[in-house]
Design a protein around this ligand. Sequence first.
Ligand code: SF4
Ligand code: SF4
Length: 321
Amino acid sequence: MPTLTKDDIRAQAQTCGFDLIGFASTERLDAVLPVEDQPSTISTTLTTLLVLAKHIPNGVSGALDRRQKQFSCGQIAQVIETASRELGYWLEQNAVMAATVPALFVDFTRETSAAANTPAGQGSRLLRAAAVESGLGTWGLNNAVLTSQYGPRVYFGGLLTNLALVQDSPLEKELCLGFEACGRCAAICPEKAIPLRAAAGADLASVRSLDEAACLKSAHPFGPDAFVEHLKATFAARGADQKKLIDSTSTRELWQNLAVLRQGAFTGCMECLQVCPVGEDAAAVQASPHRLQDFPAGIRFHREAGSIAVESVGPQWRRHA
Ligand code: SF4
Ligand code: SF4
């Protein structure tokens, strides 16, 4: 059987429905990730990680209703799982070993929170790091991965393989415009989870961060962490208060997230993705009448001695509420 080339694999990934594909070295990923995310804990023989990305449709990024968007993005995550499995079987038919890497699954034997799957349920820390290592994109201010084609409006999937191919290299130039030159993701975030203040002139690497625990509240409004909190409150309550918690919107929402939304439990917020100006799709997304209302007064910065702060405006759903 002839040996597969990168072009063969890229073409098949596109046939399976992926928009971007990168080839990352697990050795390099081991060197940059905390031990719980290192791919060598999954396999020491599958040393090439195919990182796969699917674009969030412009119609979803440009829309207003956040529940519809949560559902649509959860569907994209489901499609990625199915397409990864199909690509994996195709690789195995071509004498390659392949194992699907879960994009949103959290190993709760190692972690007590799903916070690593933030921001915006874009993908696990491992897959986002693989996207950066393989040159699909670079880290944004908010720890999302920005691609030149679609900015951060992508979800990631992956396959660990024993392919013996030359792996791709990281991009040399940052795609994120940086805090002072942009700051849009920080200004829109409903949880103030992205830095709102920085030293004047600070470089991107020193400002970039995400308060994952804060992001969770909007990104996974009825995800695993919210589920535990609801159970704790329900068991601790007594009498009428307990009945009220059982017969509540939260109980119904949690059931719906488990049974209907499924992967959508992790895609509750995409505010920082949809306002990012990076990407060939950004002009179309920003032209949406809904996106034009994100910053009706523009982005406002306040300068003080030695520091600069961006004004938090929050998302439209919170402003209008
Ligand atoms: S905008 Fe939403 S997804 Fe992005 S960091 Fe804030 S809460 Fe998380
Ligand atoms: S919105 Fe601006 S600051 Fe935030 S990630 Fe995108 S380019 Fe960077």
